[in-house]
Design a protein around this ligand. Sequence first.
Ligand SMILES: [Zn+2]
Ligand SMILES: [Zn+2]
Length: 266
Amino acid sequence: MFVKDPCGIACILVTYLAVFYADYVVIKWVVLQTMLDSLWGTFNVVMFNTVIFLLMIAHIKAVLTDPGSIPLPQSRVDFSDIHSSDSGCDFVNWTICARCETYRPPRAHHCRICQRCIRRMDHHCPWINNCVGERNQKYFIQFLLYVGALSAYAVALVVISWVQECQDCIQDIPLKQARIMHCVILLLESALFGLFVAAIFIDQMQAILTDETAVEQIQQHGPFRPHKPKMALLSEVCGKEHPLLWLLPCSSVSRKMDTPLIDHHV
Ligand SMILES: [Zn+2]
Ligand SMILES: [Zn+2]
């Protein structure tokens, strides 16, 4: 499922451009200019690109993973019996989406951009051109973490390169001016993206630990849910494996379905 939203596609391109520019400045204007004489330079290039690799994997997974969309019904659904049905209490909290014309489980909400109802929808994020929902929230949070780590790493490398400037590296004035310009742009870019993802990361943690998605925080009339311990809430989003593995964008989120999918064959 790929959403055809021009704003979302532009945001993805901006993200990739920003990451590639950061890599270019770090390699060409920081490491090659000031850290050539040691293994320290090679080490930083490898580490910086490892973070970029993880960032890209998490981002691609957040973009391409279905956030938990509710399939549209094959045929028109007859809603007249929704309250009279006593065939089972599994569907007690299910609601109807008038736009999708279908039943949806509790905590599912309609996204106007995706034009679908999304399970446990948090918000629609243009930076991943996708909703943040039940099945891709883990990758979204990993993406935020890696962008934060990359920003901090870039700032650290620029600072280190200025403090430990080697004497015989560059004496050429235009070259030095170009280096200053690129380093300043990289610092600004890192500060901007770093603070931005830090703010969203705090929001996401609050939403998970209070067990309320951004959509539910606005509505403030969600059904009562039993209180759960913090680790249980985190593992609902990140998976059952060891918390250290939550940082890796490789394992897929294997969640049990809270509610069965309704059969639409009326
Ligand atoms: Zn809907
Ligand atoms: Zn959406």
